[in-house]
Design a protein around this ligand. Structure first.
Ligand SMILES: Cc1cc2nc3c(=O)[nH]c(=O)nc-3n(C[C@H](O)[C@H](O)[C@H](O)COP(=O)(O)OP(=O)(O)OC[C@H]3O[C@@H](n4cnc5c(N)ncnc54)[C@H](O)[C@@H]3O)c2cc1C
Length: 468
C-alpha cells in the first residue's frame, strides 16, 4: 500500500494486517476525510494544513483493541494522532507528519451513571451522554456546542468550556473533570488513572501525552431550560445585560452570549423570531426564571423576542439557541461566506461594558464582536470570539495588536501548535507526562513547539522547567 501522506516509508498494508482484528480504513478518500478537522475556520491554517494527510485509520472498539493498536504503533515508530469527532478548530487532530489516525468513535460505551457523575469510554458522543443522563434526572455540567458529533475524549483532550460554563465553570475547574484513564504508547501499553488535580496532567494536551480511554465528568441535576433571545439597540446595552444576568441572584442560566447585530443577518433560521438589525443576547434560563429574565432584560432596555421550551422549539423546527453561541456563531456566517474568520480574545476582569464600548470604535468595520460569558475559578469572565472579515495576515496582526494594546489578550486561533493558542507558553507538566507515556514521541508530537527542545530529557528534568 502506498503512503497517502507521502511522508512515510512504512508498509501500510503489512501494518494493517498486524492490526487485525481491529478494523481499519485504508480507502484514500476516507483517510483524507478523517485527516481534517475544522481548521478551515482559519484561512491561515487552511493554507498550511489542507494537504496534510494520514496513511491509515484504525478504529478500535475496546481498551484491549486500543492496547493492541498502540503496541503495533510502537513497534513501527509510526506517527499517530487520536481523533474523536474531528471538530477541533486548530488542526488539533490533523496528522501533519502522516502516519496512523486512531478514530475512537467505536469505543463509545456509557459505563456508569451515578449521583453527580457519568463515566464513559473516550469515543462516546456528548449528545448521547446527555440523552442517557436525562433518564436519570441529570445533565452534563457543560458540553461543547458541537455535542452531536464531538466525543467526551476529544472534549477533554482538546476543549475547555462550553454550554453550562457560565454556571459551572470550565473543564479545568476543580470537580468538573473527576477522573480519566489514559494509555501509554509502549511495547506493552499501560493504562494510568488520573484523579483530582492530576487530571490536569492530561487535560487540554491535544492528545500528545497519552491516549484517553475513559472519562468521568461531573453532572448536575437536569432542569427545564428554555431558549431565550433578547434584542437591544446597542451592543454595549446587550453586553451590559449579559453582565447583569451573569450576576443575577434569582435567575439561573447556563448560557449567556452576546452577538453584534451585523452577525445576526447570517441567522436566516431566526427570521421572524427576533427583531432585525438589533444586537442579540442568547441565553438558556430555567422555565421558572423566565419571567424574571424578561423583567431584567426589559429593565436593561431590551426586548425578549424569543422564549421557548424545548418541546415548542422542536415543534417549530427551530435549532437550539446554542447553535448561535460559541464557535457555532462563526459557523453560521461561514455557511454563507467563506471569507469570514474569527479570533479568540480575553477581556478585562471583571467584565466592564464601558471598556467594550471604548474598544469598539478602535476596531475596523471588519471586526464584529461576539462575547461568551463563563465562570472561571469562581469569577465571571467574558471572551470575545469576533467575526473577522479576513483580508491579509498583516491586517489580522493589526487587529490583534489593537486588542492587545487595549488590554484584551489574544489567544491566537490561527496557529496549529498548542503553545501558540490558548496555552500561550509551553506546559512542561504536559511534556513531562508525554515523556512518561510516549517515550518515543509518536503521539501528535508536531503540535508542540517545545517538545523538540525537551524530548531527550528525563520526565523529572522536564518537570523542573515548569518551576524554573
Ligand atoms: C462549531 C464549533 C463549535 C465549538 N464549540 C466548542 C465549545 O463550546 N467548547 C469547546 O471547548 N470547544 C468547542 N469547539 C471545539 C471542539 O468542538 C470541542 O473541543 C470538541 O469537544 C472536540 O471533540 P472531538 O471529539 O471533535 O475532538 P477531536 O477534534 O477529534 O480532537 C480534539 C483533540 O483531542 C485529541 N483527542 C481526541 N480523542 C482523544 C483521546 N481519546 N485521547 C487523547 N487525545 C484525543 C485529538 O488528537 C485532538 O488533538 C467547537 C468547534 C466547532 C467547530
Amino acid at each position: 500500500m502506498n503512503s497517502i501522506s507521502g511522508k512515510s516509508d512504512i508498509d501500510w498494508t503489512a501494518f494493517a494486517a498486524e492490526l487485525a482484528p481491529v478494523e481499519v480504513i485504508s480507502e484514500p478518500v476516507l483517510v483524507k476525510k478523517r485527516s481534517r478537522d475544522f481548521f478551515w475556520y482559519s484561512p491561515i491554517l487552511n493554507k498550511e494544513l489542507r494537504t496534510c494527510f494520514g496513511d491509515l485509520v484504525a478504529c478500535p472498539k475496546s481498551p484491549d483493541e486500543m492496547r493492541q493498536v498502540l503496541a503495533v504503533v510502537y513497534s513501527h515508530d509510526a506517527p499517530v494522532v487520536l481523533r474523536g469527532g474531528g471538530t477541533g478548530n486548530y488542526g488539533q487532530a490533523v496528522p501533519v507528519e502522516g502516519g496512523l489516525i486512531i478514530e475512537t468513535t467505536r469505543m463509545n460505551r456509557i459505563l456508569e451513571i451515578g449521583d453527580g457523575f457519568v463515566r464513559a469510554e473516550a469515543g462516546a458522543f456528548m449528545a448521547d451522554i446527555n440523552a442517557a443522563l436525562k433518564d436519570h434526572g441529570q445533565e452534563m455540567a457543560m458540553f461543547p456546542s458541537t455535542q452531536d458529533i464531538a466525543t467526551i475524549g476529544g472534549f477533554v483532550a482538546g476543549g475547555s468550556a462550553g454550554i453550562g460554563s457560565v454556571a459551572n465553570g470550565a473543564l479545568r475547574d476543580p470537580g468538573n473533570l473527576i477522573a480519566l484513564k489514559a494509555m501509554s504508547v509502549e511495547g506493552t501499553p499501560a493504562e494510568y488513572v488520573f484523579e483530582g488535580e492530576d487530571v490536569l496532567h492530561i487535560h487540554h494536551a491535544w492528545g500528545l501525552n497519552g491516549v484517553i480511554t475513559e472519562v468521568t465528568l461531573r453532572t448536575v441535576p437536569a432542569r427545564n431550560w428554555w431558549g431565550c433571545m433578547a434584542t437591544f439597540d446597542s451592543y454595549g446595552a446587550a453586553y451590559a445585560a449579559g453582565c447583569a444576568l451573569a450576576q443575577a441572584p434569582d435567575i439561573a442560566r447556563k448560557l449567556i452570549s452576546t452577538v453584534d447585530a451585523r452577525i445576526t443577518q447570517y441567522f436566516p433560521r431566526l427570521e421572524g423570531h427576533i427583531r432585525q438589525d438589533r444586537h442579540l443576547l442568547v441565553s438558556l434560563v430555567p422555565a421558572e426564571d423566565v419571567d424574571r429574565f424578561r423583567a431584567l432584560m426589559e429593565g436593561m432596555g431590551g426586548s425578549v423576542d424569543l422564549a421557548m421550551s424545548d418541546a415548542e422549539r422542536e415543534e417549530k423546527r427551530l435549532p437550539h439557541v446554542f447553535d448561535f453561541s460559541y464557535d457555532h456563531t462563526t459557523l453560521q456566517v461561514l455557511k454563507a461566506d467563506r471569507s469570514a474568520t474569527y479570533q479568540q480574545i480575553g477581556c478585562p476582569i471583571p467584565p466592564d461594558p464601558a471598556k467594550i464600548d471604548a474598544l469598539r470604535p478602535k476596531l475596523g468595520d471588519d471586526v464584529w464582536m461576539h462575547h461568551e460569558f463563563a465562570r472561571l475559578g469562581g469569577e465571571i469572565v467574558t471572551f470575545d470570539l469576533p467575526i473577522i472579515w479576513f483580508s491579509t495576515p498583516e491586517r489580522l496582526a493589526e487587529i490583534n495588536a489593537v486588542y492587545e494594546d487595549n488590554g484584551f489578550p489574544v489567544y491566537d486561533a490561527h496557529t496549529w501548535q498548542v503553545e501558540g493558542g490558548g496555552l500561550k507558553n509551553a506546559d512542561y507538566r504536559h511534556l513531562a507526562w508525554k515523556k512518561r507515556m510516549d517515550p518515543k514521541g509518536l503521539l501528535n508530537s508536531a503540535k508542540s513547539a517545545a517538545w523538540a527542545e525537551v524530548k531527550d530529557l528525563t520526565p523529572e528534568q522536564i518537570e523542573a522547567k515548569a518551576t524554573a
